[in-house]
Structure formats: C-alpha cells, structure tokens
Design a protein around this ligand. Structure first.
Ligand code: NAD
Length: 355
C-alpha cells in the first residue's frame, strides 16, 4: 500500500510533465544528493520515464556521500543497468569521464537540525559542490541544462511587504546568524551559477523550493512534517516551537517535482524560479491542530525552541509563483490536507515511524 503511494506519485509527476521529458531520451543525467528526499524522487521519475515513456532510455548517475541520505526499498534501483548509484562527495571534483547532458545539484543539508550540526559541510556542499559540478558541466559541450537547488531561505526573514515573495526580492539575511551557513551558502551558490552562465554561456538555472514534503522523508529527518507525523503516530504530544505563529507554505512532492523538472527543461538560463504552493500557508500551531484531526488520539503542546534547532527562523514564508506560472506553466494541484493524508498513510507503514 505505501509503495503504491510512491508509484502513483511518480506516475503523476511524469504525466504532468507531458512531452517536455522527451528531451531526456538517450541523454545522461547526473544527480547529486540522489539519496536525499528530492534526489530519490528525481531518480524515481527518470526510471519511470525509461520504463513507460522514452523510446530511447536515459542514463542516470546518482551521487551521494550519505551524510544524511539513506537507501529505501521504495526507491531501490540498484538492480537496474540504466541507473548508476555511486558514493561521491561533491565538495571534491568527481571523476566522471562520460558525456553528461543534464546536471542537477540537489546535494545539501536541507534540514535545520542537520545544517546546525554540520555547518561547514553545509557550506562545502553548496559552494564547492556547485563549482565542481559546473566545472564538470563546462567540459561537456553537449550540456543542455544545469539545475542548482537553492532555497526559499535565501530570502531570510522577508519584509512583510515582500510576502508573498517574488524572485526579485533580495532578501533580509544575516551573514553571521545561526542560519547563515545554509542561507549564505545557497546565496553564493546562486551567484556562482549565474557567473558560469554569464562567462561561459552555460545553461544554468536555479530553483528556490518552499518547504516540500512527501513520502521518502524519514522519521529522523527533523523537518516539521516528518517530526509531527512521528509524534502523532506514536501518541507523543506534537511539539510546537515557540508560540507557533510562524507560517510556512507546504508543497506536496508531486507538484514540487513537476516544477523542478520544468525549471530544468524550460527555465531561462541564469534565472531563478520559486517553486511551492502559495495556497497552503499555515501557522505551526494550526498545522499541529490539523495533525490532531488526521491522526486519531494525537495531542499537541507548545515548547521552547530546543538547542538543536537554529534560532532566528523566518516568521512568515509564502512564495509569489507568478514567474513559474507564466514562464513554465507551473500549476500546483495538491491542497495541504490531501498531501498530509497521503504522507501519513505512507508513514504509517514505515517501520521507523512507529516505535
Ligand atoms: N525539501 C525541501 O523542502 C527543500 C527546500 C529548500 C531547498 N531544498 C534544497 O534541495 C536540495 C535537496 O533537498 P532534500 O530535501 O532532498 O534534502 P535531503 O537532506 O533530504 O538530501 C540531500 C542529500 O544530499 C546529500 N549530500 C549532502 N552533502 C553532500 C556532498 N557533499 N556530496 C554528496 N552528497 C551530499 C545527503 O547525504 C542527502 O542524501 C538541497 O540542496 C536542499 O537544500 C530543499
């Protein structure tokens, strides 16, 4: 049942992408962070395209150093010849000798608890990672697309007048604060990607995801939806940090992954795109309340911010998606309750989610 959810999600992403995916036929795609949450889906979608859509299969090279990444049976492609899984650290140059047509740099430390724990690795994966992969791309004359996974965090704690936040907002970010290792390295990663586009005419595109969730996020991920799900399923009180008034917009994986691949395939070179769901903005205490409705017997409590969590989180976050809608025909479909129902149904069958 839970694997069925993943399979349906992957099929729906492939369907939403339509004919644009034909550009992947016969091409080689390198994905960094392939054992992460988004990387697992990227590989899964390409495997599905090979099985069901493309006349000539693509080849996938998935690279990860497993600092937080995991293997999961619902995303196990180890038996396939079209998908190569390798251990590799993108903070060092990768010894890839074959022709590459698309590069997706999704390696990173995405969860605040982990980037607080590994601040230097966070910086290295973004900055050395993007530079090494761009250098690799530069050697490939047939490179058609390079996608850098930045973050909505590059906006910092936006001016209320800049919410919903468009790509033109420059951000309000501390260079020395507790979140700086993540925010600032994503910002510089974007700068590096745009310089390679300007100086070497490379097809670099940037995506700024706004809080994506879905199956494949492990119970130890520490991001809010897996954490609330783990607590709710184990009848532990759902712990809301602070006063719970801070908001986020949550985007279900099928919508987000469609958007990411649209940026890779159709985005303008050197440009950044917000991807998320601007209708799903919710305060954390309301999100916890929603979990008490979805999971019978779940309860909630307010707690001070734990020391493991980086202070200074943005109070409100919501994307302006006009650019992605206009340039890429991006259209999100999944409301928060439907997405959470799917995620909780998947997590219920996951051994790690039940103590
Ligand atoms: N998921 C979201 O909501 C979200 C939001 C904003 C930005 N992003 C960005 O998107 C990308 C993917 O996000 P995710 O949710 O899949 O994150 P994730 O943490 O689940 O996965 C990232 C993967 O990168 C790997 N990694 C880290 N450093 C590496 C290195 N030096 N070399 C090779 N592999 C390395 C990790 O082991 C992990 O498997 C990240 O760069 C993240 O910052 C994600």
């Amino acid at each position: 049942m839970s694997e069925k959810i993943v399979k349906e999600d992957i099929a729906s992403i492939a369907k939403a992408l339509g004919k644009d995916v034909e550009r992947f036929a016969g091409k080689t795609i390198l994905i960094s962070g392939g054992a992460g949450f988004l990387g697992k889906y990227l590989v899964g979608v390409l495997a599905y395209l090979n099985d069901h859509v493309l006349k000539t299969p693509c080849r996938v090279i998935s690279v990860d150093n497993f600092i937080t990444g995991t293997q999961h049976p619902h995303f196990d492609y180890s038996h396939r010849e079209d998908i190569l899984n390798v251990w590799g650290d993108v903070s060092q140059p990768l010894p890839v000798r074959e022709d590459i047509h698309f590069i997706v740099h999704a390696a990173g430390l995405a969860s605040p608890v982990y980037y607080k724990k590994y601040p230097l690795e966070t910086i290295e994966s973004a900055i050395s990672g993007v530079k090494n992969l761009l250098e690799l791309g530069k050697k490939n004359k047939g490179l058609e697309g390079f996608l850098f996974f930045s973050s909505s965090e590059i906006y910092g704690d936006p001016d209320p007048k800049a919410i919903p936040t468009p790509e033109t907002y420059h951000g309000y970010v501390s260079s020395v604060g507790p979140r700086a290792c993540y925010d600032e390295s994503k910002r510089l990663g974007e700068t590096i990607a745009t310089i390679y586009e300007e100086q070497f005419d490379m097809p670099t595109r940037i995506v700024r995801p706004f809080n994506v969730f879905g199956p494949g996020m492990g119970h130890l991920d520490h991001r809010v939806i897996p954490m609330f799900t783990y607590q709710a399923l184990n009848k532990k009180p759902i712990s809301v940090h602070g006063d719970g008034a801070q908001t986020r917009t949550f985007c279900y994986i099928t919508d987000a992954m469609t958007g990411f691949l649209q940026v890779l395939l159709k985005g303008k070179n050197g440009e950044a795109y917000n991807i998320g769901n601007s209708s799903n903005e919710i305060a954390m205490h309301d999100l916890a309340k929603l979990f008490t409705e979805i999971v019978p017997g779940a309860s909630m409590k307010m707690i001070p911010y734990p020391d493991t969590y980086p202070a200074g989180e943005p109070l409100r976050r919501c994307p302006d998606l006009t650019k992605a809608v206009t340039d890429l025909s991006y259209a999100y479909q999944v409301d928060l309750k439907s997405g959470l129902d799917r995620f909780v149904a998947w997590a219920r069958k996951e051994p790690g989610y039940i103590d």
